[in-house]
Design a protein around this ligand. Structure first.
Ligand code: SF4
Ligand code: SF4
Length: 238
């Protein structure tokens, strides 16, 4: 069984571990400090450790290997929590409304804090995030050409981002047209004030960073529209 250690003095009561844990291991105690109330339910995904902003939470006695779902023991643990009927079928209109309001508020807050703390540096952050993704999940992007990398990304992000792309001439200029992303969904729900412009620009830099790190070449954002659904053109720089 995984061992969960929380340094109480470091905990800032943000509840992020509690929110992210897929098996609801954590509670906040009466002092609003995180406690691992149901450690036997831990599946060792390490999401809590990764998200804890205080770095006061550690997960040990687990096998760390990527991809997580290739380890049979992990699959067995996860299967205990799989639902037979999708939760979405049980949601009411007011549940959706509350979820949309919550997501909009959080995204707006994230966008405002990005602008406040990073200013123009936000583009570098987006790019760096893309590079780190490529470096940490090489198995997902170990393709030879830009086209095959984008095809892998289409398959990987199909549930959240739907996009079309063209590469012309080969490996030089990439045009990506997002047909569906979480931000376009919010726009469709008439929630334009969700920090979309900031997050959208961050996302485009993210893709430039990811493709650059995967190909070993430098791709920069050459053109980008901020209208939903948006288009971005990335061009290789020698
Ligand atoms: S490792 Fe994963 S399953 Fe275990 S407590 Fe942390 S978030 Fe929950
Ligand atoms: S994520 Fe870290 S700081 Fe936040 S409540 Fe959990 S243990 Fe405390």
């Amino acid at each position: 069984m995984a061992t969960l250690t929380i340094e109480r003095q470091g905990c800032r009561s943000c509840s992020m571990c509690k929110d992210i844990c897929p098996t609801e291991v954590f509670d906040l105690d009466d002092q609003q400090i995180a406690v691992a109330a149901r450690p036997e339910d831990c599946i060792g995904c390490t999401s809590c450790e990764a998200i804890c902003p205080s770095r006061c939470l550690t997960v040990s006695d687990i096998m760390r290997q990527r991809p997580f779902y290739r380890i049979e023991e992990n699959v067995r643990l996860v299967s205990r929590f799989l639902r037979r009927t999708p939760m979405s079928s049980e949601l009411t209109d007011s549940d959706w409304e509350e979820a949309l309001r919550d997501v909009t508020t959080r995204l707006r807050g994230i966008a405002a804090s990005i602008v406040e703390t990073m200013g123009r540096g936000q583009r570098v952050v987006g790019r760096k995030a893309g590079q780190l993704t490529a470096e940490r999940t090489p198995e997902a992007y170990e393709a030879a050409t830009v086209e095959s990398i984008l095809q892998a990304m289409q398959a990987k992000f199909n549930g959240c981002y739907k996009f079309a792309f063209s590469v012309e001439p080969p490996d030089e200029a990439v045009t990506i047209r997002f047909e569906r992303c979480p931000l376009t969904l919010l726009q469709a729900e008439e929630r334009p004030d969700s920090g979309g412009e900031v997050l959208c620009s961050l996302l485009k830099e993210y893709w430039a960073g990811l493709i650059s790190a995967s190909t070993g070449r430098t791709f920069a954002v050459e053109q980008a529209s901020s209208q939903c659904p948006c288009t971005v053109v990335l061009r290789a720089r020698e």
